[in-house]
Design a protein around this ligand. Structure first.
Ligand code: PLP
Length: 223
């Protein structure tokens, strides 16, 4: 089981390598593509589509509906036998009220938009490239990532929290992610782009960020 796009680093799993391993050991590969679904692949079907993997190589694909799909919930896609087994046996399903039809209608519409309006994905890629380029020009070193999750490791927990709060006061939502969500000493600002952003938003972020990073540079490490 593996994330497609890792939620706190923004990098991608080596799905091809994992699929080959799974085949070698006659195992099933399950991918949680919460952060790839809707964002990667020609049609937005996620990392499996981008890596050209089929249902034989990835027999269990799940993704959430609360990110690119824009509502809430999640899905598991797989063989009829797998889905039927989950419906009959998954403890979290039994005695739980089904998702309402309105949610299904919203999901169907979202899927139509994801599939037919590739411009959002194209725009995201343009924004990602712009952010990375502009950050580099300002000497701000982002983690290696080509997805909308663009973390900036600041190391110290308190420093991350303070910068995040200062950004929030300027109307910029950049959460500070700290251990145990990420390893000790790698507290970070989790910059996340969406297709609703514009390059001007990125300029605003970097203009606000650069002096905050400088001002907090010499802080002592977190306790
Ligand atoms: C990889 C991954 N899977 C699942 C989830 C859970 O999503 P939800 O909030 O829709 O339950 C998250 C949340 O960020 C996630 O990063």
């Amino acid at each position: 089981m593996v994330d497609g796009v890792f939620s706190m680093d923004g990098d991608r799993a080596d799905l091809k390598g994992l699929a080959a391993l799974a085949e070698q050991y006659d195992a099933w590969l399950m991918v949680d593509d919460a952060h790839g679904f809707g964002v990667l692949g020609e049609r937005g079907a996620g990392l499996c589509e981008a890596e050209e993997l089929d249902t034989g190589q990835v027999p269990i694909l799940m993704a959430t509906l609360g990110k690119a799909v824009g509502v809430s919930g999640a899905f598991v896609a797989g063989s009829h036998a797998l889905v039927e087994t989950l419906i009959q046996r998954a403890r979290s399903y039994i005695f739980t009220t089904a998702a309402p039809p309105a949610l299904s209608a919203a999901v169907i519409k979202s899927l139509e938009l994801i599939e037919s309006e590739a411009w959002r994905r194209d725009k995201l890629q343009t924004l990602i490239a712009y952010l990375r380029e502009q950050a580099q020009a300002k000497g701000i070193e982002l983690m290696p990532s080509d997805t909308p999750i663009q973390p900036l490791v600041v190391g110290d927990n308190e420093r991350a929290r303070r910068i995040s709060e200062a950004l929030f006061e300027k109307g910029l939502l950049v959460p500070a992610i700290r251990p145990p969500t990420v390893p000790e000493g790698t507290a970070r600002l989790r910059i996340t782009l969406s297709a609703a952003h514009e390059t001007g938003d990125i300029d605003r972020l970097l203009e606000a960020l650069a002096p905050l990073l400088d001002a907090t540079e010499d802080e002592s490490p977190a306790t």
